[in-house]
Design a binder for this molecule. Structure first.
Ligand code: CU
Length: 147
């Protein structure tokens, strides 16, 4: 029966995502799922929803760690391949244009990445993200208010 086999496929996918999450967790405060983190910003990139989150739910001046997730309309994580992410602020008065790169690493779950970036100052940053890989090419921008 077509309906039954579709349902089974969905269940197997859900189970493998759970196994993936359990596999990359080494402690209660280990990231890898937004379940224990607060959303900083979300944005659409084509059919995908990109979510930036961390434990505090905000970015700040100085060192930041965060989680980046790519999900399809069904809520499943999607491997997007190579990602470029940087935070940018236009020149303001005597302050020059600022650009702070992020470092991203994969986790045990394809489509969920851990990120690090050092922001030079408080204020409004444009987070510019692009990716290229199995899900095609895409790009999006988030507005972040660093506190
Ligand atoms: Cu500035």
């Amino acid at each position: 029966m077509k309906l039954n086999s579709d349902r089974n496929t969905g269940l197997i996918l859900a189970l493998s995502i759970l196994v993936g999450l359990a596999g990359c967790s080494s402690g209660p405060d280990t990231a890898g799922s937004s379940g224990s983190e607060s959303v900083i910003a979300t944005s659409k990139a084509g059919d995908l929803t990109v979510t930036l989150s961390n434990a505090r739910g905000t970015m700040r001046e100085g060192e930041n760690e965060f989680t980046l997730e790519f999900r399809n309309a069904g809520g499943q994580t999607v491997d997007v391949g190579a990602i470029t992410l940087f935070f940018e602020m236009p020149a303001m008065g005597s302050m020059p244009h600022m650009k702070n790169d992020a470092t991203l690493t994969t986790t045990g779950t394809p489509g969920i990445y851990r990120g690090q970036s050092r922001l030079e100052m408080k204020g409004t940053w444009q987070a510019k993200l692009s990716y290229k890989g199995p899900a095609g090419d895409g790009q999006t921008t988030f507005t972040i208010n660093a506190k």
